[in-house]
Design a protein around this ligand. Structure first.
Ligand code: SF4
Length: 679
């Protein structure tokens, strides 16, 4: 019998509402909702959304639990697999304590999956629990928390259309969030808005720009400091907003005195006059949308750049009102499903800081003593693993062997530990696993998702999981019982978990199963009761000590690595519309891998000529960490002195693990020195 089941597209943080048409639990096609507020695209859908069920029917799906014995994986029963994992974890705890264990959650999993994962880590006595948000959004998270008292995105997407200026920084929404770009950004431009894009690459988004600034990778901070300098020096800031709603303006002004546009030109390669024009447009052009992404965040100076941008948002008065919009919009699935339930080594569900008061509160709610000592951040977990300090890890829906900086070091670390991976496919990481547990995919389970504009929605089980695959939360509950902490995980359905989340996180109190199951549009959180929601934040003040935005002094910080004689080019990376993360799902989706089949290197015609490289040649891209061979794409879409690769094909073998942002712990993923030679 044909069924039409409402789901949420799992491929990016916009969260379009889709329907899976299935027959007896087998998917046939995708339909979409022409009227849902998150899918107001009237008949258009991006290629990833249309293809979004194809990977679920791949023959590669994991169907049975596997244990590695004598170097080979053997199929075993669930009981045997869980007993084996529990026994190994107990041995590790007995010999080295709970901090020798680590847990990785995933933005690819539901709010409930992630909530149960972090609770299990804490029930066992460790805060070593992280997810990939550390590698994409953490710099902006730290910066906005400091300036606005909260990292949250402020307004509904509809407010983008009402903006007069759009500043897009290190982000390519036309490629990574195509429905959002077409439906909101382009409509604003049609209404006369002007757009500034900051990106070393002439992206699809940059083609729409009135001003395109192309800094060298990792020097965005210089541009942001100079924009602050120009706006403050020429008194172009919003004086009323600064006076009434911010603190520390004088300190901020003093901190940027030396960073003139002329100085920034020398550092970033962006002409001073263009920086001034961009600053003037932002300050005087009217209500603005200011969005940023990995191009800002994924640097060793990412927090300082995000702080400078948060200051720009505040002094131009583009927050706390209707018709403006600011924040990060991930090109991948929204990290809020893992960030909000506290999958973070220093935060508990909310998220709230891991401090005595909050640890006590959660100890009372959960019935066990929450460990007080902060855990290790993502990259540090693997460093500790390489040193033999972390001996066991549970990895839920992550592929750190490809996603972390300097991936070959991560592989060496994984070799040394007892590794359990719960996933839907074999990945580069499962090669290092001792146990692989087959998980149900997004469309094969019911779960809650939080999209990037804080909309909380339910996605429903539309397809039968293959073989014996199970939802992650069920796997974790089985493991908790075998580990002797089952009494704290008394859930028989995903609704039971959401009800506990309603009690644990005041901002989600009103996002009850009853509300989300019956209302497909969901609600904007904070929703302190079932009747309320909050589409716009900070209308009356900021959640800071004074209720005012805390302008924060900023300073220049070098990127983690700069070109030199040996490695004379900057290497950066970008996302493609047809791929998701390390490609474990999108590269198994027929229509996507056919259109986006391989990696390549974008190189400027002048650099290519100097190196004797022609379009289509095979070239070796080499950094101090390793090398990859790909085809060259000779194009003026990239500026001279910079080369760029899509990151889905293992580009992190080349990136730098030992240059880390001191505040966000983000490794330098987007700017490293390289050399290119013809093969
Ligand atoms: Fe899915 Fe994002 Fe495309 Fe919407 S825009 S269909 S959520 S990938």
């Amino acid at each position: 019998m044909e069924e039409l089941v409402p789901v949420v597209c799992p491929w990016c943080s916009v969260g379009c509402r889709l329907y899976i048409v299935s027959v007896n639990g087998h998917p046939r096609k995708i339909e979409w909702d022409y009227d849902h507020p998150n899918t107001p695209n009237r008949g258009k859908l991006c290629p990833k959304g249309v293809a979004s069920y194809q990977f679920t029917i791949s023959p590669d799906r994991l169907k049975k639990p596997l244990i590695k014995r004598n170097g080979k994986f053997e199929e075993v029963s669930w009981e045997e697999a869980i007993r084996y994992v529990a026994q190994k974890f107990k041995e590790i705890i007995e010999e080295d304590g709970p901090e020798a264990l680590a847990f990785l959650g995933s933005e690819r999993c539901s709010l409930e999956d992630n909530y149960v994962l972090q609770k299990l880590a804490r029930a066992l006595g460790t805060n070593n629990v992280e997810f990939a948000g550390r590698l994409c959004q953490s710099s902006n998270f730290v910066a906005r928390s400091k300036v606005f008292g909260s990292p949250a995105q402020t307004n509904p997407f509809d407010d983008i259309v009402k903006s007069k200026v759009i500043l897009v920084w290190g982000y390519n929404p036309a490629e990574t969030n195509p429905v959002l770009f077409g439906q909101y950004f382009e409509k604003a431009l049609d209404n006369g808005a002007k757009m500034i894009v900051v990106d070393p690459i002439k992206t699809k988004t940059a083609k729409f720009a009135d001003i395109h600034l192309q800094p060298y990778p990792g020097t965005d901070l210089a541009v942001a400091l100079a924009m602050l300098n120009h706006i403050i020096k020429n008194e172009l800031y919003d004086k009323k907003f600064v006076e009434e709603r911010t603190d520390n303006f004088e300190e901020l002004a003093k901190s940027v005195e030396e960073y003139t546009p002329e100085w920034a030109e020398k550092v970033s390669g962006v002409p001073a006059e263009m920086i001034k024009r961009a600053a003037e447009l932002l300050a005087t052009g009217g209500n603005a949308t200011i969005v940023l992404n990995e191009g800002v965040n994924q640097h060793a100076n990412g927090t300082m750049t995000a702080l400078a941008i948060a200051n720009l948002i505040a002094i131009t008065g583009n927050i706390g009102k209707e018709g403006v919009f600011s924040g990060v919009i991930p090109g991948a699935h929204c990290g809020l499903c893992a960030a909000v339930p506290g999958v973070n080594c220093a935060q508990l569900p909310g998220p709230v800081p891991l401090n005595e008061e909050n640890a006590k509160k959660f100890s009372e709610l959960w019935g066990f003593d929450v460990p007080r000592k902060p855990g290790l951040h993502y990259q540090a977990i693997f460093k500790a693993m390489a040193e033999g300090k972390v001996k066991g890890i549970f990895i839920m829906g992550q592929n750190p062997a490809r996603s972390l900086a300097n991936s070959s070091l991560i592989e060496e670390a994984l070799e040394k530990a007892f590794v359990v991976v719960s996933d839907i496919f074999p990945t580069e990481t499962t090669k290092f696993a001792d146990v692989i547990l087959p998980a149900a995919s997004w469309y094969e389970k019911t779960g809650t998702v939080i999209t990037q504009n804080r909309r909380v929605m339910r996605s429903f089980k539309a397809i039968k999981p293959p073989g014996e695959a199970k939802p992650d939360w069920e796997i974790l509950v089985m493991l908790a019982r075998e580990l002797g902490v089952g009494e704290y995980f008394n859930y028989s359905s995903v609704d039971d978990i959401l009800r506990e989340i309603n009690r644990a996180i005041p901002a989600l109190k009103g996002a009850t199963p009853e509300r989300l199951n019956s209302n497909l549009e969901g609600c904007f959180y904070p929703c302190p009761d079932e009747e309320s929601e909050t589409p716009r934040l900070f209308l009356k003040g900021f959640p800071t000590k004074t209720g005012r935005a805390q302008l924060t002094p900023v300073k220049w910080v070098q990127p983690g690595e700069v070109p030199d004689e040996e490695y004379p080019l900057w290497l950066t990376n970008f996302r493609q519309v047809g791929h998701f993360h390390t490609g474990t799902m999108s590269m198994r989706s027929k229509s996507l891998i056919k259109r986006w089949p391989e990696s390549f290197l974008m190189i400027n015609p002048e650099d290519a000529k100097a190196l004797g490289i022609r379009d289509g040649d095979r070239v070796r891209v080499e950094t101090r960490r390793g090398s990859l061979v790909v085809r060259a794409m000779v194009t003026d879409r990239i500026r001279k002195g910079v080369v760029a690769m899509p990151w889905h094909w293992g580009v992190n073998f080349l990136t730098k693990d030992d240059a880390i942002d001191e505040f966000s712990k983000m490794p330098e993923l987007k700017a490293v020195a390289c050399r290119v030679t013809k093969e």
